[in-house]
Design a protein around this ligand. Structure first.
Ligand code: KG4
Ligand code: ZN
Length: 342
């Protein structure tokens, strides 16, 4: 007998993107995201403004995702939402909306860990693209996290290494700020890096044992270097912007690739994935393909729309949780800190 289709509505609001997606089994029917320009002015996400913007966006975004998918709310099997980790005020909006919507529709409710969602995005159906086989390693690199995750099965994952200070996305954004780009500047560094010489400048790399990461020293090294050079030539940054971006990107990518390579070698794992906002970075994507060829890895790189925060990754995680009947009730509340097992 053919299995019944599973229709999941996913809701994501952990940081500054309000997103809703509808999935039919592993296929995305819609994935709609409203970003928040307001933070550009402040050089980082302002939590209070983020939650207000989520509050304004959540209904039109969910409504739009349902309409785009051509799905009536009554046809949904369950509602999956990001419970954490993230900004509490932001998470509260998605969580409260999901609870109220589930109650009014009399549908089951599923909590999703945002970081697990980034990894699970690899199981979204994508024409002609293979899915990773277990066990695989996922380098999850976002604005708030940098993790090497050992993925043993669907929903079964363990963090083997993480950052002891700044996340990789934060390193990109803080470097971008020093160069004068608005928040979030990671993508600007990527764009300018394409036109520059990655070996023009060198910056300090961390000396950290094991699989952990550190990026705060790099930020300081960039700051001191820029202070020294602009004291000699006030136009140094403008005159060297492409080379600066290319060099900074190379160093961040080298730091990331060194640790994932060490971990893959130590554990003898040859299926390697990347996830999270920084996995949209062209330097990282190219480096993973290159290292993959060198080491005979099978590499998995998400489509751009599933790298940065999106609700499709929450809905796909929700689909597997639905199949294993992991539901929550109306007493659930958002959680700012929600670590994956280590
Ligand atoms: O996963 P994500 O959307 O949100 C969090 O969960 O944090 O990641 C956002 C981060 C930001 O730091 C942003 O600058 C970075 O991902 N990012 C990039 C690129 N696109 C997004 N960093 C470097 N290159 C990019 N192309
Ligand atoms: Zn994220």
């Amino acid at each position: 007998m053919a299995q019944k289709d599973i229709i999941i509505l996913g809701i994501e609001s952990s940081c500054d993107d309000t997103s809703a997606a509808v999935l039919k089994n592993n296929t995305v029917l819609s994935n709609l995201t409203a970003g928040q320009k307001v933070h550009e002015l402040y050089g980082g996400v302002v939590p209070e403004l983020a939650s207000r913007a989520h509050q304004q966006n959540i209904i039109p975004v969910v409504d739009g995702a349902l309409k785009m998918a051509g799905i009536d709310a009554a046809a949904i099997d369950a509602i999956a939402f990001t419970r954490g980790p993230g900004l509490l005020g932001s998470l509260l909006v998605g969580t409260s909306f999901a609870k109220a919507f589930a109650l009014s529709l009399n549908k089951p409710l599923i909590e999703v860990n945002h970081m697990m969602g980034h990894v699970m995005a690899h199981f979204i159906e994508d024409e002609g693209k293979d899915k990773p086989e277990f066990p695989f390693l996922c380098l999850t690199v976002s604005g708030g996290h940098t993790q090497i995750v050992l993925v043993e099965d669907f929903l079964k994952m363990k963090v083997l290494g993480s950052t002891i200070d700044d996340a990789a996305g934060e390193a990109f954004d803080k470097a971008a700020k020093l160069l004068g780009f608005p928040y979030p500047g990671g993508i600007k560094i990527d764009q300018h890096a394409k036109l520059g010489n990655p070996n023009a400048f060198e910056f300090a790399k961390p000396v950290i044992t094991g699989y952990d990461f550190s990026f705060s020293g790099l930020k300081t090294s960039i700051l001191y270097f820029l202070q020294k050079m602009t004291a000699q030539n006030p136009d140094f940054i403008q005159e060297n912007i492409n080379d600066l971006c290319a060099s900074i990107q190379r160093v961040i990518v080298e730091i990331l690739m060194k640790k994932i390579t060490k971990c893959a070698n130590d554990l003898n794992i040859t299926q390697i994935a990347i996830a999270g906002g920084v996995s949209a970075n062209s330097g990282l994507r190219n480096a993973l393909v290159e290292k993959g060829k060198e080491n005979n890895w099978k590499v998995f790189i998400p489509k751009f729309e599933y790298c940065t925060d999106n609700a499709a990754m929450i809905a796909i995680t929700g689909k597997y949780l639905y199949q294993s009947k992991q539901f929550v009730d109306q007493s659930i509340s958002a959680q700012a800190r929600m670590p994956l097992p280590t």
